[in-house]
Design a protein around this ligand. Structure first.
Ligand code: CU
Length: 136
């Protein structure tokens, strides 16, 4: 790295370090080593309506959080950024990205949920991994 590009490289490195840090008030859901067999480290997650809820994966294989059998109402699907990957009828009501080892992703869609209700979720890569999201 030349002297001229060194500051830029430093900025990029700092950005990469800062990216996985969750907001201070975020609730954290987690998958840890062996989660494909043993399930989520946090099978029951209590969150505020609208979140923020971060999913942290420390396992050696990728996992996510995906609403189980619950879908964004067709009329609203076009407005949800994560719905671009789905047909308008099959967009999960809430989901995180599939993330690999030591990665963190925000669970999106929590503002579509209702206080006082519980919502089942699973991992789209390992359908035996199941959990419950409790919205306060
Ligand atoms: Cu998984």
């Amino acid at each position: 790295v030349s002297r001229r590009t060194a500051p830029l490289a430093g900025l990029i490195a700092a950005a990469l370090i800062l990216l996985p840090i969750a907001p201070a008030n975020a609730v954290v859901a987690a998958a840890t080593q062996g989660a494909a067999l043993t399930g989520y480290a946090t099978p029951v997650v209590v969150t505020a309506k609208g979140g923020p809820l971060m999913f942290v994966n420390t396992d050696s294989v990728p996992h996510d959080i995906t609403a189980d059998g619950l879908y964004v109402p067709k009329k609203l699907a076009r407005k949800q950024p994560w719905c671009v990957d789905y047909s308008r009828k099959t967009c999960p009501l809430f989901k995180s990205q599939l993330v690999g080892t030591a990665q963190t992703a925000e669970v999106e869609g929590l503002d579509l949920l209702k206080s006082g209700k519980q919502y089942p979720f699973f991992c789209s890569a390992h359908t035996g991994m199941k959990g419950t999201l409790v919205v306060q």
